[in-house]
Design a protein. Sequence first.
Length: 226
Amino acid sequence: MMDFIIQIMPNVVDRFDVFVESIYETLLMILISGSIALVLGLIFGTILVVTRPGDILENKAVYTVLGKIVDLFRAAPFIILAMILTPLSQLIMGTSIGLKGAYIPLIIGTAPFCARQMEQALSEIDRGLVEASQSMGFGPFEIIWKVYLRESIPSIIRGFTITLISMIGLTAILGVTGSGGLGVFCINYGYNQYNYDILWVSLAILVLLTILVQGIGNFLARKTTH
């Protein structure tokens, strides 16, 4: 069995330690950046929902300005955005390459997408529930917590799952800027050296990771649906 593995992916076996480290870095990038993007996405998405016309904290200026900012960052091609954010990464993280250099581009590139996902999730709440809460004397923050967020948990999970899957692809793109993970491993040891076994195995890992995230997301969404 081992001889067969060595035969079909000799370059991966030769660089197995680097391969394992790149997988670990990719998982860290997704875990840390994804967590921060979720928090920011929930905050921005909630603000967009409650400040929209006719909602509990209607504010046209906030809704319009925040919506434009979110759409601006969503529209920017990620690879160009990552390059533009290089000075910010150096300022905050002390470097723009390696694992640390990946966090700022991933967070800023993903949070706006997550915000729209969260906005969509919260917008599915029945307006009747909000109106009923208002009639019972609930304040805006009580409605946000007890109605919008609590009742939207399955939709929030589905939206965050989509965000994480998108982020998996972005971690590979960051390989172009030398930001660590499987992307850098593929470029340095696979593409640049014509080692196609490295490319195929790395692709398989990313696909399996995507399937795993989707499966976990679907399971949690089903468990929280009532």
